[in-house]
Design a protein around this ligand. Sequence first.
Ligand SMILES: [Zn+2]
Ligand SMILES: [Zn+2]
Length: 343
Amino acid sequence: MRRAVGGFSPRYVRDWDTWLHAHPDERRQLFGRILRNWQATRPVRMRRLRVEATHPSPFLDDLLESAAEPIRVLAGLTVLTIAHRTPEQHYALTSLWKNLARLPTSGVASCVGITKPLLLLTDGRIGPAFDSRVRRALGVPRPSTSREWLSTLEGVGEDIVASEASRRLLSKAVPARFAHLAYGRLYDMALGRRDQRGKARTPLNSVFGREEGRTMGHQVRAKCLDCGRTFKVDHGGGFSFHLLRCDTCGKTKSMAFDALGELHARYLKGLPGPYSIATAGQDEDIGEHAPVQPISEAECYKGIEKVAGQCRCGGSYRLDAPPRCPKCRSTRVEEGEITVMYD
Ligand SMILES: [Zn+2]
Ligand SMILES: [Zn+2]
């Protein structure tokens, strides 16, 4: 995730910095300039400000003026809370969809031409913008009505809220210079990564890891509820290894994908999409070209556990063994905040 966001086009990042730090008076000019950079209404030309326009009205000023009140109503609403919007906010979103559809000088804007300016106008709170990369990564069709768009956004919001862990991961996983960004835009950046190749078929949850409970690697503080010992617990593997845990003493062991050789290649081949966004390009090469037979996730996990073997204590290393207190081996462990991300 860190790499996915960090690898994003510097120009896009610069556009956002400029926008977020701009004085309200400068924003009218900037709005058009940034959206032209982003080719929001491609291939049709975008409307211009009254002073610079060579086309008939409405002008960009008019669209921005009618967007002002709905944007004010949306203050505080984000992609995380969009499912709980008030009727007034619902009306505001619908009217923005209609209003921004007039952005091109002819015809009606596509969902890209509407969701990009909206991401900008809400300072990144309502996103992602549904360009083709984002739609492919999410596996969703092009929303053609405001209703379809809102229900897709609700899905994205649910995905982010699904677990507190995912949410903390998302805000912790991005480089510090992006820490102030709103979720809609973070999501947009993670999914819209420019150098993601080919026909990505990434499922929605793979932004945060393969599945809930086996998200990207992170370490949390923990406390044993039986003996009171405090310690740290590692969860999940990283982009290059699996993390196993002894089912008897709780000791962990990591298995590098490289060390697994063909087993990992067969696993990648069996996946419906890349293992993670960060390794997408490489994974798809293997998925498409490696001369191996695909295996299911369950078969692969069984194979990894076999390779990992036995712990010195006599227990077995498992991918799904619960964390244990290192002192009394109790599994009654209370977990606290995340201290380290180790993608
Ligand atoms: Zn053990
Ligand atoms: Zn204990």
